[in-house]
Design a binder for this molecule. Structure first.
Ligand code: 6PG
Length: 254
């Protein structure tokens, strides 16, 4: 795990989202006027975060300075109900004054996903300033986790998970065979700050596997391999997701 890895357990999912929202405000404030590069998570968990940002913290974020990216995308059109872009657009991006030209959607509806991944990597490389290792370094990356330990669309045993050179790659969701495009570990681990948003009982087993005492042997789950070399890693869990790792000393937030 990253040298700066912190576990924060909150009494409720709202506490998780509030901490994440406040982090964006803080990261944007510390950027002192330069663009702030953020990668949004897909799945259902962040919907509450996006709504909270639009409805409760809209005035606190310098939206015109945000460069918005997506950590992964399903191979569907942007208006599709399963689109991660649509999730963010409906709940956040259509409701705040972010600049349209600074919202960078993965064109995962393209037939040639390898080309879509390469094109997205070029956008990332051109818009996200390089960190100490020369790779694009996001100011903030939000991630979720699946019960199989996947994160973004990095699934156990997948070639994309083993990718060491490309920053964005095409892949397949082994649960459905559905194609996707995803950030790879080199890009995730170049970030300045990564936050996992983990809520609900359904995530307690995988959270215990990754964060609990005496992790079992075997292949490390993909989410456990997110370890920013020069950045901060935070696991934000509600009490339900942390039931297997709860430590009274860790309870924080609302
Ligand atoms: C996706 C996400 C994926 C998600 C987890 C958790 O496109 O599905 O990138 O990694 O974060 O599967 O999903 P839930 O938030 O729906 O539990």
């Amino acid at each position: 795990m990253s040298p700066e890895m912190t576990i924060r357990i909150f009494a409720s999912a709202r506490g998780v989202m509030d901490w994440a929202a406040r982090t964006l405000v803080e990261v944007a404030a510390s950027a002192e006027g330069r663009p702030v590069c953020v990668a949004l998570s897909g799945g259902s968990t962040p919907e509450r975060l996006y709504r909270m940002l639009a409805e409760e913290r809209e005035s606190e974020v310098p939206w015109d300075r945000l460069e918005v990216f997506f950590g992964d995308e399903r191979a569907v059109p942007p208006e599709h109900v399963e689109s991660n872009y649509r999730l963010a657009f409906d709940n956040l991006l259509s409701r705040v004054p972010v600049r349209a030209e600074r919202v960078h959607r993965i064109r995962a509806e393209e037939r040639d996903l390898s080309r879509a991944a390469r094109e997205y990597e070029e956008i990332v490389r051109s818009r996200v300033p390089a960190g100490p290792d020369g790779l694009p370094s996001f100011d903030l990356v939000w991630l979720g986790i699946g019960s199989d330990g996947h994160t973004a669309s990095l699934f156990p045993g997948s070639p994309a998970l083993r990718e060491e050179r490309r920053l964005v790659a095409e892949t397949i969701d082994p649960r459905t065979g559905a194609p996707r495009v995803t950030f790879t570990l080199p890009l995730l681990n170049a970030a300045r700050r990564v936050q996992f948003l983990v809520v609900g009982e359904s995530k307690s087993e995988i959270a215990k596997t990754i964060l609990g005492p005496g992790r079992a042997g075997g292949e490390e789950p993909p989410a456990a391999r997110v370890s920013p070399a020069a950045g901060d890693l935070e696991w934000l869990l509600d009490r339900a997701a942390a039931s297997g790792i709860q430590d009274p000393g860790l309870i924080a937030g609302s």
